[in-house]
Design a protein around this ligand. Sequence first.
Ligand code: NAD
Ligand code: DAU
Length: 332
Amino acid sequence: MRRLLVTGGAGFIGSNFAHYVLRETDLDVTVLDKLTYAGHEASLAGLPPERFELVVGDIADSELVDKLTGSHDAVIHFAAESHNDNSLHDPRPFIDTNIIGTFTLLEAARRHDTRFHHISTDEVYGDLELDDPSKFTESTPYNPSSPYSATKAGSDLLVRAWVRSFGVQATLSNCSNNYGPRQHVEKFIPRQITNLIDGIKPKLYGEGLNVRDWIHADDHSSAVLRIVEAGEVGETYLIGADGEVDNKTVVESILRLMGHDAGDYEHVKDRAGHDMRYAIDSSKLRTELGWAPSFTDFDSGLAATIDWYASNEAWWRPQKAATEAKYTELGH
Ligand code: NAD
Ligand code: DAU
């Protein structure tokens, strides 16, 4: 394997993956990205031009996707509409990109017999109760709650069908909540950090008791690379780093790390259908493929993320006002 086609590589996790691959391996990377509101060319700055190329285009453009898939050794498919709140407001782009886009890529992978890795989310499994000791595993039944997670569940099932019916050489991974540099300011952690930089109080949906299972984006990248190298075709691998924390505790940590009183936040309108808790059991990935996360201390990963936003205002500033205006309209 020499050339990877990375869809959605100008987004948060895809750009961190492109940086990771170009830093840690000798593979070449082509990013295919539509540069929606969530994609930033600046996230790809500094990558070596002799090993890296950005193609601006839509994963639902079958002619473009066919040409690119035929000239690469593997497709790593990150591109998606990714934000739950947006999907509750306007679901249509989620159908177009997450369903039709994934279908378009699968058809190209089928025509060219190209290795395919599908990036998905733990949200396809719905949620767990706070007092439930169990975690999601690869055999947990699908039960998505939002239009976003329903389209991700649909895309996973398309991949599985293309493996079984057409012999496409695909693997899948479902990961928990990522944090780290280059995440859009609409998402929970960057929103609170940039609010504090702007003198605005952090905003907690509802009571703030909802639990997310945080993993650093670089650990997501190392897991995906490991699956692409050694995963078994047709298999699904759950990716998680045992990082369960409730939202209130995350906000208190951000406040403390940024030198504020830990109680200086406000409660805002809850999300409709808000999933209570996600928790990943990643034993299969760890035992079968020998993967382990490197970022095991959430507070130090959070502190480094805060430093990144404090030092890269030019990256996030252009999105901040419009994002907050949209949240104001939605009551969040
Ligand atoms: P993101 O919104 O930051 O980035 C998505 C990228 O996809 C953007 O660069 C955007 O321009 C691009 N894109 C959107 N529609 C496109 C289209 N039609 N054609 C080409 N490019 C298009 O998302 P993210 O948080 O980096 O998530 C990446 C992937 O990881 C998604 O598949 C998401 O479901 C999955 N995932 C995310 C998390 C998380 O915590 N953020 C966790 C698990 C899985
Ligand atoms: O679990 C994986 C998923 O994680 C990915 O599939 C999604 O693409 C990604 O966006 C993320 O989904 P969440 O909905 O969990 O992430 P978000 O950052 O939107 O919110 C995290 C939690 O914080 C959630 O419980 C809602 C809450 N929240 C969010 C915002 C934006 C707040 O309390 N306040 C906020 O301002």
